[in-house]
Design a protein around this ligand. Sequence first.
Ligand SMILES: *Cc1c(COP(=O)(O)O)cnc(C)c1O
Length: 336
Amino acid sequence: MADHGIGLEDVFRARARLSGRIAETPTVASPTLTERCGAPVFLKLETRQTTGSFKLRGATNALLALPHSALAKGVAAASTGNHGRALAFAAAQAGVRCVVCMSALVPANKVEGIRALGAEIRIVGRSQDDAQEEVDRLVREEGFATVPPFDDAGVIAGQGTLGLEIVEAVPDVDLVLVPLSGGGLIGGVALAVKALRPQARVVGVSMERGAAMHASLTAGKPVLVEELETLADSLGGGIGLANRHTFRLAASLLDGVVLLTEAEIAAGIRHAYTREQEIVEGAGAVGIAALLAGKIPEKIGLRGPTVALLSGRNIDMDLHRRIVCGDATGETACPA
Ligand SMILES: *Cc1c(COP(=O)(O)O)cnc(C)c1O
């Protein structure tokens, strides 16, 4: 396998570090999807992770890998969602001061969710870039450490522990479907799965609206894409033009990328709730959605045990109710 600067031994080291600090989540069979797909389908329920997403694995591993001296002033990050929540939790557990920088556009409920975990909130500017500038300043001028959301060796190794759990739960796994944004999740998972089971295939799933890694893989280098509103909001954002790890990992380890419409993502959320009894956010439902839409590329095919990784559950419950009732825009009849 090509040298990525991150290896299976880093993933095992992450697992040892994370032991007792994160939940090992269940992998369950899906009889309905198995019947529909003609191959055994399993769901990796990372929706059950503490803080509601897998981001806790990478954030905790990267934070604990930092030398004690680097954390004296605290840790800072820009995030509107699951990474900020995970880092706030990991920092509180480690007794480290945490500052999360967010733009004025972030909804109040998300701000409160992160504040409730004990992190300090700084509202800066009107965009993620503005918030990131404040993080850069805290690092440069005030001696803060930072943990990036995906393009970091410790973060990738932490997410890779999910790959170990998947192969342990389904030793003959043939195909893993992984939500794809910046690529920290799929980079770590693909690294671990393919090291343990080289014949397994790993496919990324993104939304059609603003799939930065897909556009970058097509272009052969990191490119910018316009960020658009999507039900898979946790998959929004770019991969960084100065990407260090995840673009190379994705380019060498992925067997394909599937892109989904908003209606297909909504169908995935609805299926998870009505048939699997799971509450899943848009980003977490894309693996199910790709199977329901019949979008696994023919050259990959469903040939054996298939695992859809359900990456998170942090969805606005009002939106969830409207989607489950059949209309993501809330126009159809839904009991009040
Ligand atoms: C961050 C996130 C992703 C994407 O992870 P990347 O490492 O950026 O590819 C997928 N699902 C959920 C729920 C997330 O929070």
